[in-house]
Design a protein around this ligand. Structure first.
Ligand code: DQA
Length: 147
């Protein structure tokens, strides 16, 4: 069985490609999903990919990952800056957690500079556009399949 990497996306990312393309680019979330599925084949892992605008759904998927996944990649979107509940859920997961932001949050408004999720994340990628997901998947695959 190939290791499974859970890839989670928070609120408003369903509008990727349409939403503020000057900040988030023109690629859609379906494009990101397709890129990751193709890359996963090369890396010898499986990707389980979800998006929700609801905090509890993201938490439920993190709980599911506890039993079934080798790593979590998460772009919590605005919940990054507000959600102790997502941090608490991630703290129940024992494998690697990688945090992704499409934009460079540190170059933006001050309220985006703090991340609850970073208190748990083993690595953070910000400002690499949607390419950040593929970089995170390479890292997750490395961590999930030690040489
Ligand atoms: C984001 C950055 C967050 O501050 C914002 O709320 C998002 C997307 C990013 O990918 O750059 O929705 O996580």
């Amino acid at each position: 069985m190939k290791p499974v990497v859970m890839v989670l996306n928070g609120p408003n990312l369903n509008l990727l490609g349409k939403r503020q393309p000057e900040i988030y680019g023109h690629e859609t979330l379906d494009d990101v999903r397709a890129d990751l599925q193709a890359l996963a084949g090369e890396l010898g892992v499986q990707v389980r990919f979800h998006q929700s605008n609801r905090e509890y759904e993201l938490i439920d998927w993190i709980h599911e990952a506890r039993e079934t996944c080798a790593a979590i990649i998460i772009n919590p979107a605005a919940f990054t800056h507000t959600s102790v509940a997502i941090l608490d859920a991630l703290n129940t997961f024992e494998g690697p957690v990688l945090e992704v932001h499409i934009s460079n949050v540190h170059k933006r408004e001050a309220f985006r500079h703090h991340s609850y999720v970073s208190l748990r994340a083993d690595g953070v990628i910000a400002g690499f556009g949607t390419q950040g997901y593929a970089l995170a998947l390479r890292r997750a695959a490395r961590l999930a399949t030690p040489a």
